[in-house]
Design a protein around this ligand. Structure first.
Ligand code: PMP
Length: 285
């Protein structure tokens, strides 16, 4: 496939980044994942705005190519023939001459910008959307600025491995007795017709899919409560689900071995997935 690195479109095996890149040495980088459906980018504006916010929060200079990012996304999607899949975008603070904790001078060290596509035929018809997923709970031991979408993904990656080791699909992270979010998604429960999901703060990533799904839910007259909830509440809920750009809405049918509701995907999650796919396809760019 063709990838993008610092202004160039190259075959993936010719693309190179310096070993001194701060993304590689220090996880000093941010990223976005935008899904592609019907060859169109889903929620692109939201992802670009969050990227800008992540860069600002880390005092990272905006890369020169920032204003061209839509065009770069589109070109890669076209060139690689992506109908359903994802575009991954990463910006790091760049590669100074040597390893140093001090940020390099932004005048002399340019950010590194990398984009690549992932082809995922059948993304919208994923089997997990029909069967639902099983989650375990684990302690949330990540740093305190989870609202910034950094490439520090080691703990979430370990969380997925812990889930897999127990025959489950994902982990919900718990801090001070309440669920923060999934390893790579926002977490929700439904009780007595009310959709409950943690409020926005520095404790969680401000999911772009979360924003869209909550908007659609409110437009459909569903009740939404933004507050922390516990694993006990999740086990006693009527339904549970997760949202992310790469999965849209996945029902959660089991939490720490306990069936949620009937143990099958519930009507709210199923309906929200349908609305999300339909509306975002229409609004895709
Ligand atoms: N929380 C975390 C920790 C994530 O990694 C992700 C996906 N990147 C999300 C939530 C969902 O965010 P989005 O809907 O923007 O993909």
């Amino acid at each position: 496939r063709t990838v993008y690195v610092n202004g160039e479109y190259l075959p993936e095996n010719e693309a190179k980044v310096s070993i001194f890149d701060r993304g590689f040495l220090m996880a000093d980088g941010v990223y976005e994942v935008t899904s592609v459906l019907g060859g169109k980018l889903i929620d692109f504006d939201g992802h670009l705005k969050r990227l800008e916010r992540s860069l600002n929060e880390l005092d990272m200079p905006k890369p020169a190519a920032f204003d061209d990012l839509l065009e770069i996304h589109r070109k890669l999607v076209a060139e690689n023939g992506i109908t359903e899949g994802m575009v991954y975008l990463q910006v790091t603070r760049g590669a100074p001459d040597d390893r140093d904790f001090v940020f390099p001078d932004a005048e002399t060290t340019e950010p590194t910008v990398v984009l690549f596509t992932q082809n995922k035929p059948g993304l919208a018809n994923s089997p997990a959307a029909k069967t639902g997923i099983k989650v375990i709970s684990i302690d949330d031991i990540r740093w305190g600025r989870r609202d910034i979408k950094t490439v520090q993904l080691l703990y979430p990656s370990m969380g997925k491995m812990m889930a897999k080791a127990q025959g489950c699909d994902d982990a919900w992270m718990v801090e001070d007795g309440a669920v923060t979010e999934g390893t790579s998604n926002n977490a929700y429960i439904v009780k007595d017709g009310v959709i409950i999901t943690r409020n926005l703060s520095t404790d969680i990533l401000h999911g772009i899919t979360r924003a869209a799904v909550l908007r659609f839910a409110r437009e459909a007259q569903m009740k939404v409560e933004e507050r922390p909830f516990t694993i006990e509440e999740a086990k006693a809920a009527d339904e549970a689900f997760v949202t992310s750009a790469s999965t849209f809405v996945f029902p959660v049918v089991e939490v720490d071995g306990a069936a949620v509701g009937t143990g099958s995907p519930g009507p709210v999650a199923t309906r929200l997935r349908e609305i999300y796919l339909e509306e975002s396809l229409k609004a895709g760019v």
